[in-house]
Write a protein that binds this ligand. Sequence first.
Ligand code: HXC
Ligand code: NAP
Length: 282
Amino acid sequence: MFQPGLLKGQTILITGGGTGLGRAMAVRFAELGGRIFLAARREEPLRETAEEIKKKGGEAAWATCDVRDFAAVEKAVAAAKSALGRPTVLVNNAAGNFVCPTERLSPNAFASVVGIVLHGTFHCTLALGREWIQAKQPGAVLNIVATYVWTGSGFVVPSACAKAGVLALTRSLAVEWARYGIRLNAIAPGPFPTEGAWSRVIPSKDFEEQHRRRHPMQRFGRHEELANLAAFLISPQAGYINGDCITIDGGQWLRQGGQFNDLLDVPQHLWDELEKARRSRK
Ligand code: HXC
Ligand code: NAP
């Protein structure tokens, strides 16, 4: 399904591309022929990921950048242009998150997460969008959100607010910038084990196991599953998909919503007995 040269000719800027899902996407996009530019705060993960891509024969470069700082974002875009050419694709993957009862949050804790997720996404989108519009060049933006953009979620309120804002940005600009040939889409992942997410939002092994057991497929996502979806959405093959958000969670968020879904816990033998009782009543 994914031809080796699918992303040939694309220069892809990925924020938070040194770790977790950002790294998985970077490596996969490079395998498919894309040139990869990574931007995040810490040097080490960026360097390691770029090295891994180069070792496999791909092209990659990086710059440190805090996406909350618009001037730093503009510098990173300039660095990407001089290293690999003007990016044609932006993946807004960088995020900050932690679980905390909302009444315990400080205003700065809220601002920190919203700054990374919502302001950071806006900064990168604005910097590259302006470039594309000025150069009369098409572009594609992929925003990584979360399934609580549909439902909201307690204990991650700054992230839920920020990700919902990112979805609004995606849908708004998909319409406003379509005339410039710029497409914007989003992915809402369910649970994908990464060091960054697990250390901040999965407080214990028990919670992880409970999370897994309650999942309709009884498993978490695999990084390559998300990377392949992302590759499709940024590729020219998805040229008519604009303003959408694709959920990739194995049905997890729907399982939380349906009022009878807890019947999954009913064992087969009990269904057999219920059926027998129903038939004997006739
Ligand atoms: C309450 C907290 C906190 C916590 C930090 N703060 N951690 N408050 N509970 N666990 C508060 C601090 O006290 C401070 O407020 C403010 O937040 C900023 O904290 P800093 O450490 O100074 O911020 P900074 O160094 O900018 O770090 C940002 C961060 C950090 C978001 C706090 O966790 C980070 O760098 N995260 C990046 C990676 C990440 O989060 N990955 C997970 C993505 S997973 P005061 O008032 O004291 O100054 C995801 C989806 C998960 O998004 C869904 C899974 C199913
Ligand atoms: P991760 O490894 O912690 O990824 C977050 C990345 O963002 C890190 O590389 C981090 O690098 C970068 N980052 C954080 N703050 C930044 C800032 N101010 N400026 C620039 N970069 C910054 O976690 P992940 O699980 O792979 O998450 C990737 C994306 O998937 C996020 O958008 C997350 O919300 C989303 N998501 C993940 C899951 C999941 O289950 N894993 C579920 C739903 C959604 P530095 O610290 O070096 O800056």
